[in-house]
Design a protein around this ligand. Structure first.
Ligand code: NDP
Ligand code: 8X3
Length: 258
């Protein structure tokens, strides 16, 4: 089982939400020496997480860069070449929703941020990592998709398009690497209480809080547990996708609020 094997895990977007929770849970649950490589733009948060998690058999390396910038991703890949050539797990988690508008009223800067992060950033990192995994004939890529990768909801247009693309790329990765022993999983959460809505509403705390009002949203720990469970399946088992919803959310559009 993976959790009992000495491993190196790269998590993008580890400065908050799911990425941070996945790092914490892996550090807590791993039964063998573990190296975490944590990335995001907010260096102070990466440093704090490194200080918190690096103890015992867990070592933590951090790298602060903007995943939208292909040169920055290439520099990261170069600097961390030796660690990445032994990488066991890549969690493609960094992402965002920016704004909530109809297409006819859409903000181009928002569209670019979502496409450049959720889609192109994920591709840049995967392109840097996959050749190493193929060379060693093992590895697990966990993509963080969304219920919005299966359904579209009002004003969710471009965000949903990027997450549909994550679903397509997950399938494409499995097809392109077939026979290499590499596993590829898409974890697709519904409404989850992270900084996601604060980012979507550009820091408007009232609007962000309203997203979760009167309903019990998923918590980052719920998603971290699904990721760890997927990783811990035997090598011959690939979890293709997991759609995880709050009990209070029946579909992307149907939310029960008390
Ligand atoms: P958070 O906003 O809490 O976390 C997002 C993470 O992505 C942060 O660590 C952020 O780091 C990182 N990130 C964003 N943009 C960039 C960038 N340009 N370069 C590098 N890192 C970046 O949200 P979540 O934890 O909720 O989001 C994680 C993933 O889960 C996203 O892909 C999101 O689409 C997806 N998701 C979220 C759901 C939800 O309801 N919360 C539901 C379904 C999917 P920093 O700002 O420091 O760069
Ligand atoms: C985020 C989930 O439903 O808020 O991917 O778009 S949702």
């Amino acid at each position: 089982m993976m959790l009992h094997k000495q491993s190196t895990i790269l998590i993008t977007g580890a400065t908050s939400g799911f990425g941070e929770a996945i790092a914490r849970l892996a550090a807590q649950e791993w039964k063998a020496p573990l190296t975490l490589i944590l990335t995001g733009r907010r260096i102070e948060r990466l440093k704090a997480l490194q200080t918190e998690l690096a103890k015992g058999s867990v070592s933590v390396e951090i790298a602060s860069f903007d995943i939208q910038d292909s040169n920055a991703v290439a520099n990261f890949a170069k600097t961390f070449h030796s660690q990445l050539s032994n990488l066991d797990v890549l969690v493609n988690n960094a992402g965002l929703a920016a704004g909530l508008h109809t297409i006819q009223e859409g903000e181009l800067a928002d569209w670019n941020a979502m496409i450049d992060t959720n889609l192109k950033g994920l591709l840049y990192v995967s392109r840097a990592i996959l050749p190493h995994m193929i060379a060693k004939k093992s590895g697990h890529i966990v993509n963080i998709g969304s219920v919005a990768g299966r359904e579209v909801y009002p004003k969710g247009n471009v965000y949903a398009a990027t997450k549909h693309a994550v679903a397509a790329l997950t399938e494409a990765m499995r097809i392109d690497t077939l026979g290499s022993g590499i596993r590829v999983t898409n974890i697709e959460p519904g409404k989850s209480e992270t900084e996601f809505s604060l980012v979507r509403y550009k820091g408007d705390e009232t609007k962000a809080a309203a997203e979760y009002k009167g309903m019990r949203a998923l918590q980052p720990q719920d998603i971290a547990e699904a990721v760890l469970w997927s990783l811990s399946r035997p090598q011959h088992v690939n979890i293709q996708e997991i759609l995880i919803m709050p009990t209070d959310q029946a579909s992307a559009r149907d939310v029960y609020r008390s």
